[in-house]
Design a protein around this ligand. Structure first.
Ligand SMILES: [Fe+2]
Length: 633
């Protein structure tokens, strides 16, 4: 979760206060050296040149404590050693086999992780007999028939079999259906002795030649915040071939927590047995079960294959490799909580474990012929080092900000989001790619979001939009040839990263990744979610060289900057016009609307379109406006 959307996050609130209280005093000459050097500053800059050289050396010499990583991975593997029924549960592949167990399909169907010859299909089948439902059912398993056909009427069934839905997997079922043809639509369904599931539609990946591919791109669906209208609208969009979900598929908070203001009035409260923050396997399973009653989400899963990665809230807020902001010492063992969350994720989402077993490693590649390679990355759970906080660098009594220590820590070559193994995998995969476009599916804004320091310097939250407008007008005057005073120049050119939870908080590894992207020499699009707002950034090295484009999708329902800054629509639109003037790499943003993004990639160009819905507090919402941008290859 990012700072501007984190009004319920005490750490983020503290961070903002620190910045406001710090009263930076930076002269114009210092400001110039900031912009020419490391491209961001904090409070004083006398060490700027040294820091620039230091960081350059760090980038060249970066290495990771491999033993620490192995230790983490080993522990992670042991802690999530689960099976979700994907492997070894198909008890028969005979089309003549018939299921013998009465069972009900409680949560529709889903498909995901398509390959050129395979796709995962999913359902949940709870035996009818037994006490209660779900994991409390008295019956341990049910035999379920699955069928894959090339037509919606199932006249031509191309593959089928019997699979067991087991209590130990929360009665979720996943089948990796192989032997399919490339670039084909398929239809699938499940049968128990007395019920048939809805028919799902899915699609394999192209093998070689493909003229274009369209993705629907989503993040941050928060059940109590509203109906999942963007999912429903996308489900009806015949242009979307595949869905990418960039995380925050669920939220872990309780019924009084984040974004629950309208939950009661719209009937989106939690059941009494799931009204707490999520800690246990049962907690996480029940939350997924609730989310998968939303009509929009059900429909989108039924109609499109998903390719997913998690963000933090599938575990808990601001997760990193060995802890989380929203996990306290009195809330039990973090690793046990994470293992429960990961198990539920593998059970409820149509993901193929990329390393064969359900491990923490979910980074993986999808090849769309020679058109594009998609790399789904994990910047959260597997290898992220703990976020820095401005609050930890301010003296409690003197309020002095310890810039030298901060710069040393943020430039630490051992800090990262991806970690060495994942980063090297990404680089070697891109080097071997035969495809034209390189697309990164990941969680966090990677573009530099460097805001003028004065925005945080004693300006009340509600007054920020007007303050930004004054700064933007200074920039407009400069663009029109007007002379600026030293103070005006400093106001618009003294900048700082405001969200240390994003890639801005890990600049050394970001520079490494961006340099890898440059070395590939192919068109690059980085996708992001997490912020609940829409963004379009240039991706630039610290020397300004452009290496690609970043496109960030708005939240499905989670509130965005309009909520944090208490802005009406008009003020939010003005702020969205102002920010690209002040943030060097920012090209476009939308700060007040929920929705989703589509991306159509063809040989010569790619078109990003942001789709915004009018309302999420009723089921009647629909897409009412869009914004598009074309990227030339
Ligand atoms: Fe989110």
């Amino acid at each position: 979760m990012w700072l501007f959307a984190a009004q319920y996050n005490s750490i983020c609130s503290k961070t903002l206060t620190v910045i406001m209280d710090s009263q930076p005093d930076i002269s114009m000459s210092q400001t110039l050296s900031i912009k020419m050097g490391f491209r961001f500053c904090c409070m004083s800059v006398q060490q700027n040149n040294d820091i620039t050289g230091y960081l350059t050396n760090l980038i060249k010499s970066r290495h990771m404590d491999r033993r620490s990583f192995i230790k983490l991975s080993s522990f992670a593997g042991a802690s999530v050693a689960v099976s979700t029924g994907l492997a070894g549960c198909t008890v028969s592949n005979s089309a003549n086999s018939q299921p013998q167990t009465n069972a009900t399909f409680t949560h529709g169907v889903a498909s995901g992780d398509p390959l050129k010859d395979a796709v995962i299909i999913w359902t949940r089948a709870v035996p009818d007999s037994g006490a209660g439902s779900g994991s409390k059912s008295g019956v341990a398993k049910a035999d379920i028939l699955w069928e894959m056909a090339s037509d919606a009427d199932f006249a031509n069934v191309v593959s089928s079999g019997i699979v067991e839905a087991k209590a130990i997997h929360d009665f979720t079922v996943k089948v990796d259906v192989a032997g399919l043809s490339p670039a084909r639509r398929y239809f699938y369904r499940f049968k128990s002795a007395n019920n048939t599931s809805p028919v799902g539609e899915t699609r394999t990946l192209p093998e070689v030649d493909v003229s274009n591919v369209t993705f629907g791109i989503f993040s941050c669906s928060n059940y109590p915040a509203g109906f999942f209208t963007p999912y429903m609208e996308a489900a009806k969009d015949d242009n979307i071939d595949y869905v990418l979900h960039l995380g925050d598929y669920i939220y872990e908070y309780d019924g009084e927590g984040y974004a629950t203001e309208h939950a009661k009035e719209i009937g989106r409260t939690y059941a009494p047995d799931n009204d707490t923050e999520l800690y246990t396997l049962t907690d996480y399973r029940n939350r997924y079960a609730l989310y998968r009653t939303d009509e929009g989400l059900l429909s989108l899963h039924q109609n499109k294959p998903f390719i997913v990665v998690w963000d933090d809230h599938e575990i808990t807020n601001d997760t990193y490799k060995d802890g989380a902001e929203n996990h306290q010492a009195d809330e039990g063992d973090f690793y046990a909580r994470r293992a429960a969350a990961v198990q539920a994720y593998y059970e409820w989402l149509p993901i193929r474990p990329p390393f064969g077993t359900e491990r923490l490693e979910i980074y993986r590649q999808f090849t769309f012929g020679k058109l594009l390679d998609l790399y789904m990355l994990d910047t959260r759970v597997l290898a992220r080092d703990k976020q820095l906080e401005y609050a930890n660098y301010r003296d409690a009594e003197t309020k002095t900000f310890d810039q030298a220590r901060f710069m040393k820590d943020i430039g630490n070559p051992n800090r990262g989001l991806l970690g060495e193994t994942q980063r090297n995998w990404l680089h070697s995969s891109m080097q071997q790619s035969q495809a034209k476009w390189q697309v990164l599916g990941q969680q966090l804004l990677i573009g530099r979001m460097l805001f003028p320091v004065s925005i945080f310097n004693g300006v009340e939250r509600k007054a920020i939009p007007d303050h930004v407008h004054r700064l933007a007008n200074i920039k407009r005057k400069q663009k029109q040839g007007g002379a600026l005073s030293e103070q005006e120049f400093a106001l618009i050119n003294t900048v700082m990263p405001y969200n240390l939870d994003a890639w801005d908080g890990y600049p050394v590894e970001r520079e490494q990744v961006l340099m890898q992207l440059k070395s590939i020499g192919k068109p690059v699009i980085a996708l992001a979610g997490d912020t609940h707002n829409a963004w379009h950034n240039k991706l630039t090295l610290k020397d300004g060289t452009e290496v690609g484009v970043e496109l960030a999708t708005p939240g499905v329902t989670s509130p965005g900057m309009e909520h944090y800054l208490s802005m009406g629509d008009e003020k939010a639109k003005t702020l969205a016009d102002d920010l690209p003037l002040l943030i060097e790499d920012l090209q476009y943003c939308n700060l007040h609307q929920r929705g989703f993004m589509t991306l159509t990639v063809s040989q010569d160009s790619a078109t990003a379109t942001w789709h915004y819905v009018d309302v999420i507090l009723t089921k009647a919402g629909k897409v009412v406006n869009t914004h598009s941008f074309e990227i030339k290859a």
